[in-house]
Design a protein around this ligand. Structure first.
Ligand code: RUB
Length: 318
């Protein structure tokens, strides 16, 4: 596909995901679906086959922006598998309709899993959060709507401090928030009733891929017997892991860790900046989805039901 055929919205969405202006797995999926809609809507393709090829190319472009969030391929998979027809109009209409359906399902899923997660929380509980997860916040919102008063210890979440977003949104929900630096998690764990985090990807063995630091937090929680709850819609289930593929962990720029002045002052060192880590299933108590809560070891049954025995890649050229 000629880059000139890309709709400006596609370029904007891909750029925003790459620079993390759009971030968090669910938001990324929603934006990706919208980019596919924009291409279908604005394309000047003259045949159904040409429009389908454009949509596949847009999906491939989006998939290259952030490697770990499986919501991206899952969003593209959902839309492309439902897009088709013999005319440009039919392809356009089916793409637009499946994007609308996908976005509506995303919203409903978050509301439904929020209620499941809320049922675990009791009035007066303290939660500890890591990063910023709209799925995790949906659980808190539903609990607050049920009349429960909650307190939150919010981890700052270095290097990009997404904990600041969580702190603001929890405060808006009426939750009493205390922020701590990441390394203070163990110091405060005795005060915590639930660790509540989101996920970028869930593997078939129940491993949870989420913002770097989640696995350390889960180990500390297990040491103290504090339940670790992962709020993750089924959009986060990674079908490729059913056939043995590993989730790729995104490595990011060292400038997120050290600014230029700090770098110069320290001298010649290497910096590693993985964006995510993997929490083994034995440290996770429950994965909360819109289909109910699952012990991590049994999530594969839900994956088989949703994806069959493996992934499809409708963005590949036939
Ligand atoms: C965000 C992150 C979030 C998950 C889940 O990482 O790790 O916990 O994406 O978010 P980044 P949600 O800031 O690097 O995108 O529940 O909103 O899908």
């Amino acid at each position: 596909m000629d880059r000139a055929d890309l709709q400006p919205r596609v370029r904007d969405v891909a750029g925003a995901i790459e620079t993390m202006e759009t971030r968090g797995a669910a938001n990324i999926a929603d934006a990706a679906a919208d980019a596919l809609r924009a291409q279908a809507d604005g394309s000047e393709a003259e045949t159904a086959a040409a429009l389908l090829a454009e949509l596949r190319a847009v999906a491939r472009l989006l998939l290259a922006t952030r490697p770990t969030a499986v919501s991206l391929p899952n969003a593209c998979r959902y839309v492309l598998r439902r897009t088709g027809g013999d005319s440009v109009e039919a392809v356009r209409a089916s793409a637009v309709e499946s994007v609308a359906e996908f976005r509506a399902r995303l919203e409903t899923a978050q509301r439904d899993l929020g209620q499941v997660g809320a049922n675990r929380l009791r009035d007066g509980d303290t939660i500890m959060t890591h990063c910023h997860s709209t799925d995790a916040l949906a659980c808190v919102e539903a609990a607050v709507d049920d009349g429960k008063a909650l307190t939150a210890l919010v981890k700052e979440t270095r290097p990009r401090k997404q904990g600041h977003i969580t702190a603001r949104e929890l405060t808006e929900l009426g939750v009493d928030v205390t922020m701590v630096v990441d390394s203070a998690a163990r110091r405060y764990m005795n005060e915590v009733d639930h660790v509540l985090v989101g996920a970028d990807a869930i593997a078939a063995d129940g491993s949870v891929v989420n913002k770097i630091g989640t696995s350390g937090l889960a180990v500390v929680a297990r040491e103290r017997g504090t339940p670790v709850v992962v709020a993750a819609g089924t959009l986060k289930l990674d079908p490729a892991t059913m056939t043995g593929n590993a989730v790729e962990i995104e490595m990011r720029e060292e400038s997120e860790v050290l600014d230029e002045t700090e770098r110069e002052a320290i001298g010649d060192i290497s910096v590693e900046n993985p964006a995510f880590d993997v929490t083994p299933p034995r440290y996770v108590d429950a994965i909360v989805t819109e289909r109910g809560q699952f012990p991590p070891e049994s999530i594969v049954t839900l994956m088989r039901e949703l994806f069959g025995e493996g992934p499809t890649e409708p963005w590949q050229e036939p």
